[in-house]
Write a protein that binds this ligand. Structure first.
Ligand SMILES: [Mg+2]
Length: 187
């Protein structure tokens, strides 16, 4: 039977967004991310990271570097008792200098491609799932994919006129999301 998922944006949700991070010294986990992911797994969710990584198309780092860094990140979750089901990334950008990755992609948020691909690959029930992101484009991608619960956690330097209308929850910290997880399963 398809399972609900907790979809997590990476930069700004899993880690503090310092911009195009693929080195350990610049990677800081956001407070409460392990507790949130563990609570989700305990309640029967699969946890999947959904991340635009245009730094690959922009030539800031290679896809191999990203993947090897991701293996380390997955290990950090595992060391804290959380098994991530997957990490879906989009390396493309329409105007990046790296020709191999220069294109429009249905995977790049705000398009829903990565979420739909994860749903197919891991047998996920998107309507009973939750997406947590820090950008309106995360919420747009989640809405387009049919994700039922869309939680926006704006970064501290988010503009005052941040577009929140595609989210159905706006929270200030990850711990506020814990009660929403049980709500999804009860529904
Ligand atoms: Mg983000």
């Amino acid at each position: 039977m398809p399972m609900p998922a907790l979809f997590l944006d990476r930069d700004g949700v899993v880690n503090i967004d310092h911009g195009y991070v693929v080195t350990h010294d610049r990677f800081e986990f956001v407070d409460g991310i392990f507790d949130l992911a563990r609570a989700a797994v305990d309640r029967g969710y699969r946890v999947v990271v959904i991340t635009n990584q245009s730094g690959i198309a922009r030539g800031y780092f290679s896809e191999e570097e990203f993947l090897s860094f991701t293996a380390w990140m997955v290990g950090e979750f595992r060391a804290r008792g959380v098994e991530l089901t997957g990490v879906q990334h989009c390396p493309y950008h329409r105007s990046g200098p790296v020709e191999r990755y220069r294109r429009d992609s249905f995977w790049r948020k705000p398009a829903p491609g990565m979420i739909l691909e994860a749903a197919r690959r891991y047998d996920l029930d998107v309507t009973r799932s939750m997406f947590v992101g820090d950008q309106p484009t995360d919420m747009q991608a989640a809405l387009a994919a049919g994700v039922g619960t869309r939680v926006l956690i704006p970064s501290k330097d988010a503009p005052a006129d941040l577009d929140t209308k595609t989210a159905n929850r706006v929270v200030g910290r990850l711990s506020e999301i814990l009660p929403l997880l049980t709500g999804v399963l009860r529904g």
